[in-house]
Design a protein around this ligand. Sequence first.
Ligand code: F6R
Length: 368
Amino acid sequence: EKGGHDYFMLKEIEEQPQAVADTLLGHFANGRIVLDEQRLSDQELRDVDKVFVVACGTAYHSGLVAKYAIEHWTRLPVEVELASEFRYRDPVLDRSTLVVAISQSGETADTLEAVRHAKDQKARVLAVCNTNGAQIPREADAVLYTRAGPEIGVASTKCFLAQVTANYLVGLALAQARGTKYPDEVAREYLELEAMPQLVARVLETVEPVRALARELAASPAVLFLGRHVGYPVALEGALKLKELAYMHAEGFAAGELKHGPIALIEDGLPVIVVMPSPKGRAVLHSKMLSNIREIQARGARTVVIAEEGDEAVRPFANHLIEIPASPTLLQPLLATVPLQVFAAEVAQTRGYDVDKPRNLAKSVTVE
Ligand code: F6R
């Protein structure tokens, strides 16, 4: 049942191309993005003037990615917040606010209470969920199901990629409702998404060197992760995977924050994993990251760089280079996250830990 793997999680990492493909399936028909359930009118969707994304843990990281896409495609302001913070605040919401609640289980207590908090103030709720008929989608006004299949490993992997995919679909659904994208533009973005499962599969075919590197770095006291733009949530997710699976001190930073503190942590031999934006995307992101890598390398960091194939400029600054296929900038998290999952799983196994059942953690956090 583990498909020849020692752990469910390793099988689930391999299932990611399918999880992304299945999540897309049926959500684009007759030239339109379609949700699974919609109990609000198209007019109500069109009238949305602000979006809050609420979630916990890995689902929250998928929400951070969503912010970049939704703002870019819809010109709506998007705030992403941990459900446990949102629910105890007094957020400014009304009937034209859309709260997107992301939850694999659909039963996470804080996310569910955040949904109720939003509904009390008449906000509309759209759930992104992997579990049919769970409490959060039941209480939502609209639902888009991720179709990753059951996830047994406590650490979320394939559900993260499915959530990121679903969030793009939510962004396109809003762009379509608001008319900020013409139908042919929505169709073109959808086609880009449809190409991703194959690219995720290509990343999986080339991760063997990541495993070797993980074994080499397994005794490190700490690992830092750096990213910018959509690479920033990827860095946070890479660090979370390493914490929860390998019990290693790991932190993710926005690269632009380095000079504001974290660079003080850099010392000789410290592994720093850097998520490099596409050289063909926004040039400024790429060149700023290059100078960040140069700075940390000059201070002795051992740089592990995840970069697009053909990114020659980054080579001199990468002690270890992990190449991923080219993709549109906004979609890169679907590729860049995969080597980080593999890395964390391999470090954990090298250290002798059960990656399906990390200590102190439960799959579904239904109590607070
Ligand atoms: C980390 C992980 C958790 C969950 C979080 C939310 O690998 O799995 O951080 O993402 O507990 O769970 P759901 O998505 O079920 O609400």
